[in-house]
Structures are given as C-alpha cells and as structure tokens.
Design a protein around this ligand. Structure first.
Ligand code: AMP
Length: 196
C-alpha cells in the first residue's frame, strides 16, 4: 500500500514523513529531495530544475513522473512507500493512478496536513533561518503558497471523491500531529502492503 502525504509548504510534511517511514518501515520518496539532489548535476536538466525550484514553480509533470516511476521500481518499494510532495496537481494524480493500476498497487491513504496560513508563514520564516533552503525567500514562499492553492489544493476534492483522503490538523507539537496521523491511517505497519 502506498501512502501520500499532502500539505502546503511549511505544514511539516518532511518532519512527519520521517517519523512515519520509521514507524511503518517503508521507504520515503520525497520529490523535493530527489530534485534537490538532481539539481547538483552539471546538465541542462539540472539547471532547469534549479531555476524552477528557486523561483517556486513546479517542474514538469513528465520529469516528476519519470523520477517517481524509476524510484518506485526499486525493490525496497515492493512493500509500499510514502510519497511526500507528489502528486502536486491533478495531472500528476492521474498519472500516478495509471502507474499504480499498471503495477497492481493500491493507494491506501492520502493524509492532508491542515495548518492555518498565518502559522505556515511564521514557520517558513523560522525554517529559512535554520535550514537556508534556496526557495524559502519571502517572494518564493508566497509563489509556492499560491501554486499550492491553485494546483495542489484541488487534490483535496480529487482524493475525497476517491474516498482515500484523511484530513489531520497539523498544529501542536510534532508528536501530537504524528499521533493524529497514525490514528487517521490505522497506524499499523502490517497494513502497509503494495498488493492487496
Ligand atoms: P518540496 O521539498 O516538496 O517543498 O519541493 C520543493 C520544490 O521542488 C517545489 O517548490 C517544486 O519546485 C519542486 N517539486 C517538488 N515536488 C514536485 C512535484 N511533484 N511536481 C513539480 N515540482 C515539484
């Protein structure tokens, strides 16, 4: 079974993903991390990725799906995985549905982290000081928020219609949020299988 973690920038997807994969014993597939590694190459594609990340725009759906499909072919993904940062729009969600269908995989849970916008902004300001991410500047953060609203938020309806969405209030301590996520998904490592 595959789990998807959705949430706006600053919602704690990265932190909660790390806890979840440790608890469930499945690989963490973060498209943001994959792209930050890919941008370090000295190629035209790497420069294009860097430009998109630094301006807060989404990279192309075809590139993302190529990276994700290659990664999901890894033997460590046979028992399932956690997708963090993908899908980012309904095109990617449909492409993933198609990939899962071809592989005979089941999309188990989609967990959406809900955080009020004012709280997100103050978290991102803090993160910019601590982590120094190139895309945490005020202009880029506001573009990423806009893109989240326009492109990613419609996925909440998409997955509600599919019957897979669990919404989790992601305020309070990381431990509290983690417990809410576990409660939302049933919390058992044993239920986390690709094929059912
Ligand atoms: P994240 O670490 O998930 O916040 O992603 C950082 C940046 O990587 C995003 O602002 C996008 O530029 C890019 N990115 C990550 N995941 C995707 C995706 N699924 N589709 C398109 N762009 C992505």
């Amino acid at each position: 079974m595959v789990i998807v973690l959705l949430g706006p920038p600053g919602s704690g997807k990265g932190t909660q993903s790390l806890r979840l994969v440790k608890h469930l014993g499945i690989p963490h597939i973060s498209t943001g991390e994959m792209l930050r590694a890919a941008r370090k190459q000295n190629t035209a594609e790497a420069r294009d990725i860097a430009e998109h990340i630094d301006s807060g725009r989404l990279v192309s759906d075809s590139l993302i799906m190529r990276l994700v499909e290659e990664r999901l072919a890894g033997t460590d993904c046979e028992k399932g995985c956690l997708l963090d940062g993908v899908p980012r729009n309904t095109t990617q969600a449909r492409m993933l549905d198609d990939l899962f269908h071809r592989r005979g995989w089941v999309l188990g849970h989609v967990v959406a982290l809900d955080v009020p916008r004012t709280e997100l902004v103050s978290r991102l300001v803090e993160r910019a000081k601590v982590q120094g991410r190139t895309d945490d500047t005020p202009e880029t953060v506001s573009r990423r928020m806009e893109i989240y609203e326009q492109e990613t938020a419609p996925l909440l309806k998409y997955f509600t219609d599919q019957g897979t969405l669990k919404r989790v209030p992601a305020v309070g301590s990381p431990e509290e949020v983690f417990r809410r996520i576990l409660a939302a998904i049933g919390g058992q490592a044993a239920s986390c299988r690709c094929r059912e």
